[in-house]
Design a protein around this ligand. Structure first.
Ligand code: CBY
Length: 434
């Protein structure tokens, strides 16, 4: 073929490649649904005992993607009902926001619970308490900005009352609450983009009235947060880390007006997440629940769409009773690690645990060896156990202090309940500020 004939062909080839780069929402294709199976298995096999805070995360995720697993959904709704009836006062603002989103998703009958139990009013109160805490404690909320964003999102989607001016005042992209130390929190920024996008849309639709400058500022904030999120994009396509990528994808889906199509290769991100799934990265129900919607092209802003969220994925979870690979600690062999607690001084011990143990097993073993030095407390959060105190020294949101987990001096990206330790590793819990 002569050169002049090849040219149009090359042009055609290039043209046919472009659409995959252009995607605003890219999602897993039907023939690849099977690759999502490990996520559903994780959600299915979890126990969801009373008061489990992962229930709302999982229910919301299943509703959004239109999975018809009635058994699991009923179990989760029972859980949530129990929480609403028995311990609503102990539930944090963001947790309540998630409950509202989960119950209200996609015109389902359980939506009534929101109104029967006045959950929107209660969320308004919890949001107000967050703001009051910020005013009293140097700008630090009771929880964090990830939860404040969930609050605004739920109030916005379910016609609750909130002040647009307050949102504009508190959500400036320079606010310290988007950062842990000097590190921008992609999870937090992504949730804020979803919340601000909802607020922006209600202002544009005229559902909520405000002055022009608020709308303008919200657009400026979204743009700046999207830039920060994109600057955390890694070479392999993950945004932030494995666990923030799903939420970052949701934020980028709804904000495609604010970045150039070449700034983000959605397909690459999607493929890397699928690889991570196959390597067992999303092993807790919350991790699985948070990544799933984005993979199916859904965002939290789809929650109050008038449709009932039925999708092609509808039944693909019905055969989840296949054997699953549970990582059992290999043989009975033992490993030993170096474990330290650092406040100003460092207290260390050599700890021997069975192969396959998690960080928490090491802490428990050390505590048995010396309760004064290695004694600790924890509480159950949606991601698993969270260390609240060591040696009687308590983490505090008002002071922005916490017990940081590290291995070889590098912060871990998993909690004590899921991080599997290795022989010879140097593990540390360090008294830190964020
Ligand atoms: N959710 C929340 O309120 C949590 C919001 C969140 C931004 C969250 C990550 C993101 C998410 N998608 O849920 C968050 N973490 C926060 C706010 C915090 C702070 C908690 C205190 C506060 N002000 O609310 C704080 C102290 C900075 C923090 N996370 C600490 C830690 C460490 C916990 C150590 C301990 N004491 O037990 C740890 C382990 C980091 C470390 N090296 O010490 C940590 N977080 C991790 C790893 C994570 C990720 C969990 C991933 C996993 N597979 O287990 C996380 C998803 C998450 C939960 N934290 Co914080 C971030 C990530 O890696 N992408 C709403 C509620 C209703 O559920």
């Amino acid at each position: 073929m002569r050169q002049s004939h090849q040219l149009p062909l090359v042009g055609l080839l290039l043209f046919s490649l472009i659409p995959s780069q252009l995607c605003e929402i890219c999602e897993v294709s039907e023939e690849n649904y099977i690759r999502l199976k490990p996520l559903l298995n994780t959600m299915n096999q979890s126990k969801y005992t009373r008061g489990t805070s992962s229930s709302a995360n999982v229910l919301l995720s299943l509703q959004l993607v239109g999975i018809q697993n009635q058994n699991l959904k009923q179990k989760l709704i029972q859980q949530i009902k129990y929480t609403v009836k028995m311990r609503l006062s102990q539930v944090s603002s963001g947790e309540l926001a998630l409950i509202i989103l989960a119950l209200g998703a996609c015109r389902n009958p359980d939506e009534n619970l929101i109104y029967d139990y006045h959950l929107i009013d209660k969320l308004e109160n919890k949001f107000q308490a967050e703001i009051e805490n910020m005013e009293a404690h140097n700008g630090n909320p009771l929880t964090n900005y990830y939860q404040l964003s969930l609050d605004v999102l739920a109030l916005c989607l379910f016609n609750g009352t909130y002040s647009t001016t307050k949102v504009v005042n508190y959500f400036t992209p320079e606010n310290k609450n988007y950062y842990f130390g000097s590190q921008f929190s992609v999870d937090t920024g992504a949730m804020a983009v979803l919340a601000l996008t909802c607020v922006k849309r209600s202002l544009i639709n005229g559902q909520v009235k405000t002055d022009e400058s608020n709308l303008k500022n919200i657009s400026i904030y979204i743009k700046s947060l999207v830039e920060k999120i994109l600057s955390e994009k890694k070479e392999n396509g993950l945004v932030g880390n494995t666990f923030s990528t799903g939420e970052a994808m949701q934020a980028l889906f709804v904000s495609s007006d604010y970045y150039h199509e070449n700034d983000w290769n959605c397909q690459q991100t999607l493929n890397t997440v699928l690889t991570e799934i196959s390597q067992g990265a999303f092993s807790t129900p919350t991790a699985a629940a948070q990544v799933l919607p984005a993979l199916m092209g859904k965002t939290f802003l789809d929650v109050n769409k008038d449709s009932s969220c039925v999708s092609a994925a509808g039944n693909f979870s019905n055969s989840t009773h296949e054997p699953v690979t549970v990582t059992t600690p290999g043989s009975q062999s033992s490993i030993s690690v170096n474990y330290s607690v650092t406040i100003n001084e460092t207290y260390s011990a050599n700890v021997t645990v069975p192969n396959g143990s998690v960080f928490l097993d090491v802490m428990e073993k050390a505590q048995k060896m010396n309760d004064t030095i290695f004694g600790f407390t924890m509480e159950e959060r949606s991601w698993g156990p969270y260390i609240t105190s060591v040696q009687g020294l308590w983490a505090s949101n008002n002071d922005r202090t916490y017990w940081e987990l590290l291995s070889g001096g590098i912060p871990l990206s998993q909690g004590v309940g899921s991080y599997v330790v290795h022989d010879g590793e140097n593990l540390e819990v360090r008294w830190s500020k964020y």
